[in-house]
Structures are given as C-alpha cells and as structure tokens.
Design a protein around this ligand. Structure first.
Ligand code: 9MR
Length: 457
C-alpha cells in the first residue's frame, strides 16, 4: 500500500516535471532569437528604478526571476532608468557613485546585452549640491561660465572614462529643447550659453573616442514641427562645426494611434542625409484609461509597436530601439499621467506578453523569412535529424548543396558553425552544447537560408 502510494506520488511528480518542461519550452518565446540575427541593430529595454525590486533583480543578476528572464530572452541592450543620472551617479561635488552602473555593465556582459549610458547632461534629476533648484534652471551657487564648465567637464570626463569600452553609446545631452525649438533655459544653457552642448560632446568624445554619442529628445520625432526642426538644425550645425554628435535620439513616448510614421521616417531620412544615425531611445505607447483592458486597444497598440520596429528594420536610418520598461508593472506612465493612461509596455503587469509582443515576434519571423522557410521545407530538400546527442542532415534532394550550417542559441548568438562534410549524412556530436533549444540555419550554395529548430537534451 505504502509502496503503491510512493509509486503514485512518483508518477505525479514525473508528470508534473514533464508538463513543467513543456510549459517551459512553450514559454521560451524570444524576440532576441530573431533580433539577434539583424546585424548592427539592437533592441533593448530600460530597467526599473533603484527604488524598486526590479532594478535589483537585474543588477544582482537573479536569472531565475521572471523579470530577469524576460530581459535575457528578449533584449540585447539595456538602459538604467535612473541610476546613471547626475543626482544618482555624482551625488557629491567630488563623489561619484559608480556601483550601479558597474552592475549594469556586469549583467550586460554576462548575458550579451549592450549597456547604454543615460544621461550625462540634463536639466532634471540634478543633485541638490549643484544648486539648480527644483526646476533645474536656477543658479543658486552663482556659478560663472567657467566654473560651471569645469564642473561639467569633470562630470563627463570622469563618467565616460570610467565606462570606456564597456558603455558604447551615451545619451550625452538630454531634452535640451523647448516646444518651439529654442534651447531650453536650463542651468547649463543660462550660465554657460548655447555652446554647453558643443562642449559636452567634445569632452565625451575625448574620454571615449569609440563611443556613439547621442543627442536625445522627446516630442521631436516627426518631421516639420517647430521642435523637430529646432533639433535637426542644431544637430546639423554641430555636424558642420565638426562636433562629434553621431545620433539623434528619438524618445518616442507615444500615445495609441497618434504616431505619424511617415513623418517620423521623413525626419530620420534628413538625419541620414547629413550622416547622423537615429535611435529610438525610450519607446512606450500609452493607452488612454477609457480604452484600457480592451482587445481593440491592444491590437491597435500592437500595430503601432510593429510600425516602430519597422522604422529600424526596414531603413538604414535607425540603429536601435530601447523600450522604456518592458512591463506595465513598473511603467512610469500611470503615475505620470495621473492614471489617465497606462498599459504602455510589451508585457502586462503579470509580466506576460501582450498582443504587441506577439505582433513583433510574428513580424520578425516574416521579415527574416521564416514563413518562406516553412514553405521551402515543404519541398524537403533535406531533413535535419536530431538524436540524443547528435545531429545530421539527410539530403532528400541529392542535388541540394549545403555550404554551411550555423547553430544559434535562443538569444540569437552563434554557438557553432559546421561544415558540410561534418554534418551531411555524418553524425555531428553536440556534447559541447548545454541542454536547450537551438536553431540551425542551413545556408545553401546560393546563400539561401533554411532554419530549423531542434532540442538538445
Ligand atoms: O523613468 C524615469 C522615472 O522613473 C523618473 O521618475 C523620471 C524623472 O523625470 O525619469 C524617467 O525617465 C525619463 C528619462 O530619463 C528621460 N525621458 C523621459 C523619461 C520619463 O520621464
């Protein structure tokens, strides 16, 4: 009797484990799997504030946590929500707090995510010692142009040098424009003058000549508005004066259905013409409260998200996208809008993917030709056979010529490149790979790619 009970328990446990295993496999949707195959473009997320658990889950690298897993499986770039801003990273005149930024880099390096630096010069979130007041406009310490320039130089040089080679892209100046396109009257602009921007870029470049330097702004995304013209004209004049500004950052804090993608693309195009790249730095798409919780709103949001991704994948103008938080759970939008809007992210507040997530995934599959691949496989020029620990290709069409087989992990990273002789009708051992899901991309003699997924036990 006791033995039977134990056996029953065992069976239940085994069933539980097996179902858990399948659930896990199903749950391993991964945008990174697809995005990792688009060269020189990144798809990132900001991680939530130091004041809440999420940032620490990431920084203390708890990969078992859902929050951390979502990051690792879906993104390949990372921005700190607040931790590298002036007040956080330079809390005393001579005191820097670089620990959180270091942790961001460690986490990124361990999981193959590229950390972005946000942000060196801004009118907001300044430390109280600077004396810029609550607005960031005041000069309570009566700085002169020279004394404030020297503070700014010390700030930029210390931080960019510290992260040299680890942080490859910086939002050097953040939100320097007013709505009418003139320069915002921050402490920097008022005390130093308009050329604080020039100096900031020059010092950042001197500290790390290989870093990509971004001028970042919100509400200046579509071509032709006063603000977008002001930003474009400023960047153009910086470029003409030899100032090292490499990209225009479009924050893209959008409202459902309000993005004019043609005009955003036109704006990106004019930057491209002057040799400046664009990057979407803080994407989220808020849903007005009266439409929240409806399928229609989620579907419309999905279509907006895909259109933003297309600005990156289908042009040469845009080299990356960062979403401003990936889960509604920690999004800044509800509090910021006094709860008149929300649900702005790709995952809901239970950290589950929303229609926008699946829409991006499906779009990327089509974009990368996965649909064609399915079609191709109907013709079956080959079969990829996986055994317990081995892989081989059996040719169904003997005339089919394979040039190379490349194995990717779910993060889209290449884990192996195999020659024809090693795998066609020859068992190729997979001992060197961890257990998990992989994609084999088989390239034929005409450089056509065929993808197939397999599981290594
Ligand atoms: O996400 C940040 C939020 O936690 C802060 O309270 C807020 C303070 O201004 O800054 C948020 O991030 C901003 C970013 O640094 C610059 N662009 C606008 C973002 C949303 O406010």
């Amino acid at each position: 009797m006791i033995i039977h009970l134990r056996m029953k328990q065992k069976i239940i446990i085994i069933l539980f484990l097996v179902s858990g295993f399948f659930n896990q496999v199903k749950a391993q949707d991964s945008l990174r799997l697809y995005l990792g195959q688009i060269p020189d473009k990144y798809f990132g997320t900001s991680v939530a504030d130091a004041s809440n658990e999420a940032f620490f889950q990431t920084m203390y690298n708890l990969p078992g946590r859902t929050y951390t897993k979502r990051i690792i499986y879906n993104f390949n770039a990372l921005t700190a929500g607040n931790e590298m801003k002036f007040y956080a990273i330079h809390p005393q005149p001579d005191g820097f707090a670089l620990d959180n930024g270091d942790k961001l880099c460690d986490f990124g390096e361990q999981h193959g995510l590229h950390p972005r630096g946000h942000t060196l010069v801004w009118h907001a979130q300044l430390p109280s010692w600077l004396g810029a007041g609550n607005t960031g406009y005041e000069n309570n310490n009566e700085y002169t142009r020279d004394s404030l320039l020297s503070i700014l130089k010390h700030h930029i040089t210390t931080i960019v040098s510290h992260y040299k080679g680890r942080i490859k892209e910086w939002d050097v100046v953040n939100e320097p424009f007013e709505g009418d396109g003139s320069l915002r009257k921050s402490i920097w602009q008022q005390v130093i003058g308009d050329d604080y921007i020039d100096s900031a870029f020059v010092w950042a470049h001197q500290a790390d000549p290989d870093a990509t330097l971004v001028l970042n702004e919100y509400g200046a995304e579509p071509w032709g508005t006063s603000k977008s013209n002001g930003m474009y004209n400023k960047i153009k004049s910086l470029v003409e004066n030899g100032i090292p500004v490499h990209a225009a950052g479009f924050q893209c804090h959008a409202t459902l259905g309000q993005s004019n993608f043609t005009m955003i693309k036109n704006n990106m195009e004019r930057y491209h013409e002057i040799g400046v790249s664009c990057v979407i730095t803080e994407l989220d798409i808020r849903i007005p409260a009266n439409q929240m919780g409806t399928q229609a709103a989620w579907d419309a949001q999905a279509s907006d998200y895909v259109n933003y991704v297309k600005l990156m994948t289908e042009t040469d103008y845009c080299h990356g996208i960062v979403v401003w938080g990936f889960t509604d759970k920690y999004s800044w939008i509800p509090a910021h809008t006094n709860y008149t809007a929300g649900e702005a992210c790709l995952f809901n507040d239970l950290l589950n993917p929303k229609p926008a997530y699946y829409a991006i995934e499906n779009y990327l599959k089509t974009y990368l030709g996965y649909d064609d691949i399915k079609q191709e496989l109907k013709h079956k020029p080959f079969e990829l056979i996986t055994k317990y620990n081995e892989l081989y290709i059996h040719l169904l069409d003997p005339g089919f010529k394979i040039k190379q087989t490349t194995l990717y992990n779910v993060m889209g990273q290449v884990v192996d490149a195999i020659t024809n002789e090693q795998i066609v009708e020859t068992n190729y051992t997979l001992n060197h790979l961890h257990s998990g899901i992989y994609i084999a991309i088989i390239t034929d003699e005409n450089n056509k790619n065929y993808a197939t997924r397999f599981f290594k036990q």
